[in-house]
Design a protein around this ligand. Structure first.
Ligand code: GMT
Length: 374
């Protein structure tokens, strides 16, 4: 098949999912064309057979006060649909990608290319559900040839928020278990252990939904009974608040803000616990990557995280905002090596059994085939 993969190139789950899916499809011999405004960051490791990158640039004509990315993307995608004879245009994250894909299909001769839209979370729950965008997301869902979401929870939210009368397919996110595995040798975490400290890790885009201040609060409590350091990877609007809170709580020397990092598998493969106390996650890809790396997860008992983390088995889920319980359970795990080890092993086993790349890519391929037959 010839597939156009429309995605965000930045650090973040939806771009990662699109890139990993595209690379897996390319390794199976499909021709995959990534379409974005910059090179997706997990694609920038060099030449990959059957994978191509097409940059979208927008016009800066003075009349246009705002970049017309949606339009430029549609034109680029339509052009590629014709020149590369695309079978599928797969839009990751509805806004604005699904609408650009729809326009592209309508612009092409015979409307041959099929549009598959995958919704990832905030395109349904926060941004998509806002008055500014809801009608557009609804329209995109109705006009796509197939729609997928990354969890059962997100399917339910989609049906709750939008008036749609079409199947919404659940295809969970996947993890490359070769890449995300325990690292036996020296890992970057070692630099930050001041002695025998344990390493707690958080990775996100530091948006309000991630509740990064809860991460700091949990760590402050853990540190009272377990010598430990906290590594904060990523960046975003709440970084300053988290830093300020760490200062106020007097734990600054033990909290390292590392910014955006490549090679997060090296950190995940050396950490002792992963913290994800989000308000909600439609899935929680980083939690899955942690489990695959044998790092137990302390997270919120909400959203799609319940489909990823098995509470009490591969980590612990506690009510949103309940930093006391999250900290207490984290300490229990850190002070009990057999428990830690059994959770670590169970996490990897669950990640491989339910979320292996082959299993998930098979589901996308089956969906593409079905759409092409219709
Ligand atoms: O968090 C976001 O708003 C961005 C989005 C993204 O592009 O990374 O994250 C969502 O998609 C990921 C990949 O499917 C999911 O693992 C995340 O849970 C989801 N984030 C939220 O639902 C908050």
């Amino acid at each position: 098949m010839n597939i156009g993969m429309i995605c965000y190139p930045t650090y973040g789950g939806s771009g990662v999912v699109a890139t990993e899916l595209g690379l897996a499809l390319a390794s199976r011999g499909h021709q995959v064309h990534f379409i974005s405004y910059a090179m997706p960051f997990r694609l920038s490791n060099g030449f990959v057979e059957n994978a191509y990158y097409h940059e979208v640039s927008t016009s800066d004509y003075p009349l246009f006060q705002h970049p017309l990315y949606t339009d430029s993307l549609a034109v680029r995608a339509a052009d590629l649909a014709e020149s590369e004879d695309l079978d599928i245009l797969h839009a990751h994250y509805a806004i604005p990608h699904a609408i650009s894909a729809y326009l592209a299909r309508e612009m092409t001769a015979n409307h041959r290319v099929k549009v598959v839209t995958t919704m990832h979370g905030t395109d349904v729950t926060l941004v998509g559900n806002s008055q500014a965008f809801a009608p557009l997301v609804s329209f995109s869902i109705q006009r796509s040839d197939a729609v997928t979401v990354v969890s059962n929870w997100l399917r339910d939210k989609t049906l709750e928020y939008f008036d749609v009368n079409r199947p919404i397919n659940v295809i969970h996110n996947s993890v490359d278990s070769d890449r995300f595995r325990r690292k036996p040798g020296p890992c970057p975490c070692e630099r930050y252990r001041l002695g025998q400290e344990r390493v707690l890790l958080h990775i996100s885009n530091f948006r309000p939904v991630k509740r990064v201040q809860d991460v700091i609060q949990i760590f402050a409590r853990v540190r009272q009974s377990v010598p430990s350091v906290l590594l904060m990877i990523g960046d975003g609007p709440e970084s300053d608040k988290a830093l300020r809170l760490a200062r106020e709580l007097g734990i600054c020397p033990y909290v390292r803000f590392l910014g955006k990092q490549n090679g997060i598998e090296n950190y995940l493969g050396g950490a002792d616990l992963f913290l994800m106390p989000s308000d909600h996650e439609s899935f929680g890809l980083a939690a899955l990557e942690a489990m695959s790396s044998e790092t137990p997860v302390i997270g919120s008992d909400s959203g799609g995280l319940r489909e990823v983390v098995e509470d009490g088995v591969t980590g612990v889920l506690a009510p949103v905002g309940d930093v006391e319980t999250m900290a207490r359970r984290a300490v229990e795990i850190l002070k009990n090596p057999p428990l830690h080890q059994s959770m670590a092993r169970a996490g990897r086993e669950r990640a491989m059994r339910l979320f292996g790349v082959d299993r998930i890519v098979d589901q996308y391929v089956a969906l593409y085939e079905k759409v092409l037959e219709s």
